[in-house]
Ligand binder design. Structure first.
Ligand code: GAL
Length: 460
């Protein structure tokens, strides 16, 4: 049995595009995900999030679900296009009022709002007119948007995340192109990552210098990382696994905590990896008040020593070619989630220890962890035992890390509701609440009850 500290944060996470719907309401502008999902062939079954969970029109009901869970925190994102429809210029009053209302409802119910400023839904106008994240000036646009949010909500919001999973924005959005804006390149991911880090740095500087002393909040980034386990005991595979973690998490976390990209990246990527100016490096280093981690799975990693691996400018060079690794799964790990992701709880323990050591014992919040399964109604109930088992095992894996001195301060389940799972559309159910996407009715699954009991006991 493990007893969590009294102030351990128990939460659940969502994001704007995945749940809000109301894609043309309240003065909202279009985002790159609106455009992408409306482009034939880009999402499974042509699904889009025009309606999604219709959360925009169901705030009271959804806050009640959170209340029933007993969570102490709720992590959601603000759609930039609701605050500034084109990504720049005047603030849109209706958008501000919508999030203000949500924040007030949460606080009335003793739920701490954890706000993410960017969960992948860049204003499409910024992309069309100004090359989106490829433009170094994106940092100024983002900082201005962040400032509006600090001004409007910072009197009540004290937990800020600038970026959710910058790795996904860069690799899936600009490398593989299977996420918005759908570009494929072996160079652009590095440019975009660089601009995201600079954007974070600028926004965090504004928060720290102009708002923190009065608003008393914290700001950070939520990075995602899977664990990479060496496939064999060979030195080459051990180095490959380490390199893989550096290319995944170190890419973003090293600049944030050490002021520069990992050595393996500088060596392997060469000229395609931008360099920080001294000023940018100083601005980015030390700019996070907490370490946000999203974690889902683990893969075996072996060294790829093939000569002349494909590395052309039209294809994606990052993961396969620059990293020089080959990923695989261990059959003994058993059944996977419906996303095809391995269930390996000890991977989380190892990753937490890796972070703890590399970044000098930061305060870590697991800002996303969860699983997609084929949930079925039987006699009016969804007994999602696989999800309960998944959450139970990953939370236990977290306690093993805490026991060895890792400073984990909170845990958020992805997700509160079944929602629009990006390119996979509505085929993947991650929620502790089932959503019928025809009637939009919400039904708590057994995992919701299980999580509520865990939070109440505060022990596992
Ligand atoms: C994360 C992402 C979420 C959600 C989840 C499940 O990468 O932040 O938006 O989709 O994965 O795939």
């Amino acid at each position: 049995m493990f007893k969590f500290p009294k102030d351990f944060v128990w939460g659940t996470s969502t994001s704007a595009y995945q749940i809000e719907g109301a894609w043309l309401d309240g003065g909202k502008g279009l985002s790159i995900w609106d455009v992408f999902s409306h482009t034939p062939g880009k999402t499974l079954n042509g699904d889009n999030a025009d309606v999604a969970c219709d959360h925009y029109n169901r705030l009271e009901e959804d806050v009640q679900l959170l209340k029933n869970l007993g969570v102490t925190a709720y992590r959601f994102s603000i759609a930039w296009t609701r605050i500034q429809p084109t990504g720049y210029g005047e603030r849109n009053k209706e958008g501000v009022e919508f999030y203000s209302k949500l924040i007030d409802l949460l606080l009335e119910n003793n739920i701490d709002p954890w706000v993410t400023l960017y969960h992948w839904d860049l204003p499409a106008t910024l992309d069309m007119e100004k090359d989106g994240w490829l433009n170094p000036n994106s940092a100024d646009y983002f900082a201005e948007y962040a400032r509006i949010c600090f001004e409007e909500f910072g009197d009540r919001v004290t937990k800020w995340t600038t970026f959710n999973e910058p790795w996904v924005t860069t690799i899936l959005g600009y490398g593989f192109g299977n996420f918005a804006p759908g570009r494929t390149s072996n160079t652009e991911p590095y440019i975009v990552a660089h601009n995201l880090l600079r954007s974070h740095g600028k926004a965090a500087k504004i928060y720290h210098e102009e708002f923190q002393s009065t608003q008393k909040g914290i700001i950070g980034v939520c990075n995602n990382c899977d664990w990479r386990e060496p496939k064999t005991n060979s030195e080459a595979d051990k180095e490959a696994a380490e390199r893989a973690l550096e290319f995944y998490l170190g890419w973003f976390a090293d600049p944030l905590y050490k002021g520069e990209y990992p050595k393996s990246m500088r060596e392997n990527v060469g000229d395609r990896l931008p360099k920080f100016t001294e000023e940018d490096s100083a601005m980015i280093k030390g700019s996070c008040d907490f370490f946000g981690l999203n974690h889902y799975t683990t893969m075996l990693t072996e060294n790829d020593d093939r000569e002349n691996i494909k590395n052309d400018a039209d294809g994606f060079g990052g993961m396969d070619e620059d990293e020089k690794i080959i990923l695989s799964s261990d059959e003994s790990w058993g059944k996977k989630t419906t996303m095809g992701w391995n269930i390996v709880p000890w991977g989380l323990t190892k990753l937490l220890k890796w972070i703890d050591e590399r970044y000098d014992n930061p305060e870590i919040y697991i800002t996303e962890n969860g699983a997609g399964f084929d949930d079925k109604f039987i006699d009016g109930k969804i007994n999602d035992v696989e999800r309960i088992k998944f959450l139970d095992s990953y939370i236990k894996a977290t306690t093993v890390a805490i026991d060895s001195g890792v400073n984990v301060k909170g845990y958020f389940v992805w997700s509160l509701l079944d929602n629009f799972e990006w390119a996979s559309g509505y085929s993947q159910r991650f929620g502790m609440h089932h959503v019928d996407f025809k009637t939009l009715k919400r039904t708590p699954k057994e995992s919701a009850k299980w999580y509520r009991d865990l939070i109440k006991k505060n022990e596992i």
